[in-house]
Design a protein around this ligand. Structure first.
Ligand code: RNT
Ligand code: ZN
Length: 418
């Protein structure tokens, strides 16, 4: 027996005393996909013009060398990342990652053929795909308004883009036999106090209605809308606020996307999951880590990350919550950023799956809050790390910190030559 197997069998014994079966936990974990966001690999640049700046009120800071500058590089980097992450997962693409063979294709004219390489690659790698129209880093978004613009021709262009992307999402889902979630996030908002808050919300509602009008098969594509509190340059007012999209999603049967960085700094999305799921069928998460603002730091194993995972598992919501990641750190190795963030998300899910939730519920129902608190704290030092290492090895990925050496080698052999 290897050291990892020995530690696992000791951990298994400890958990079983609490009524938790570690093998069952692992089996459940392997069925929960996490959607990795392609945009961590190139600081949200996309392929239209990798040197143009990012706008839309979001920002990747840092200048770590070696960012991917084309689809081959990005796919290579992603393959490295996936090889270090246990389980079968998904890839979340943005429209700006279209491959147009050097030809300029306007965003409202994009079709699934511009994503054919991505679809083939996903098929080969047994990955599901998710998708996003890109309503930023474009001359027609330079005013800061897209779907909620006062200018009809601007709205029309972006509505067409939204429709094009839903069709692409549908094709992705169909080709891969795995439902694609296409998420709409727009940057629209004002830096300073607006007078007419209402008009843009009316316009956004109408634009969304137009985008969602064409029938798209829900078996292949699900639509999501992402709310936000503020962005850089839209500090005072964001059209697509939480209340706006919560209402829109509930009324129009779309998914609501909750991004962990899109609320007031002390507000947490873990507490929103069970509320929102009372009124919408499914949600999309953009798991992120804001520090002082929507800074999109790499996800790490924080209390909030664990709380998010607990809410998904305790609520029995794994079929109704689509887990996506959303961070972009340009100050560290970008592949390491993916690996750290995704492994942490999976670890948090594992910890939640190892919880003796029924026992805790019983204590809570009996009003024994002393025991509830005591037990929750005791659980924190149980040997979940031994289960995690075992899970990694079982899935043929490095346990512990060994994955880092592989990323360093890749940096030396591939990234440093870019
Ligand atoms: C921006 C949103 C949005 C983007 C990506 C690139 O605040 O979080 O989801 O980060 O779509
Ligand atoms: Zn997001």
């Amino acid at each position: 027996m290897s050291k990892i197997e020995k530690a696992y069998s000791a951990a298994k014994e400890i958990y079983s005393q609490l009524g938790v079966n570690t093998d069952t936990a692992i089996a459940k974990l392997s069925k929960i996909p996490v959607s990795l966001h392609c945009w961590q690999g190139d600081d949200v640049s996309g392929f239209e013009n990798p040197d143009a700046g990012l706008d839309g009120g979001i920002m990747a800071t840092g200048n770590y060398p070696g960012k991917a500058r084309n689809a081959e590089q990005l796919r290579g980097d992603l393959e490295k990342a996936y090889s270090l992450i246990p389980g079968k997962h998904r890839l979340n693409l943005h429209a700006i990652y279209a491959e147009t063979g050097g030809k300029k294709i306007e965003r409202n004219e994009l079709t699934a053929k511009h994503f054919a390489n991505w679809i083939d690659w996903a098929k080969q790698n047994k990955l599901g795909l998710d998708f996003n129209p890109s309503f930023f880093s474009h001359p027609k978004a330079s005013s800061g308004f897209t779907l909620a613009s006062l200018d009809k021709s601007i709205r029309k262009f972006w509505i067409e883009h939204g429709i094009a992307c839903r069709k692409i999402g549908e094709q992705m889902g169909k080709s891969l036999g795995k439902t694609c979630v296409t998420n709409i996030w727009i940057p629209d908002g004002y830096k300073d106090t607006p007078v007419d808050r209402k008009i843009h919300r009316e316009l956004l509602r109408n634009s969304l209605d137009e985008i969602l009008k064409p029938k798209v098969n829900k078996k292949y594509n699900l639509d999501a809308v992402e709310c936000k509190l503020f962005g850089i340059g839209s500090e005072s007012y964001v059209v697509g606020s939480h209340e706006f999209y919560m209402g829109y999603a509930a009324k129009n049967n779309t998914l609501l996307c909750l991004d962990a960085g899109h609320f007031h700094p002390t507000e947490v999305i873990s507490d929103k999951i069970s509320s929102v799921l009372e009124f919408v069928d499914e949600i999309l998460l953009h798991v992120s880590r804001g520090i002082r603002w929507d800074s999109d730091h790499v996800v790490v194993l924080t209390d909030e990350l664990q709380a998010i995972a607990q809410e998904i598992i305790r609520g029995g919501f794994t079929e109704r919550v689509h887990i996506g990641l959303d961070f972009f750190d340009a100050s560290i190795n970008r592949i390491a950023a993916w690996v750290i963030g995704t492994r942490c998300m999976i670890k948090a899910l594992l910890i939640a799956l190892l919880e003796p939730t029924d026992s805790l519920r019983k204590l809570e129902k009996a009003g024994d809050f002393t025991s509830r608190l005591a037990m929750l704290e005791e659980l924190k030092t149980l040997p979940f790390g031994a289960v995690w290492d075992y899970y990694c090895v079982k899935n043929n990925v490095p346990a512990g910190g060994k994955w880092l050496a592989e990323v360093k080698n890749y940096e030396k052999d591939v990234l440093s030559k870019r």
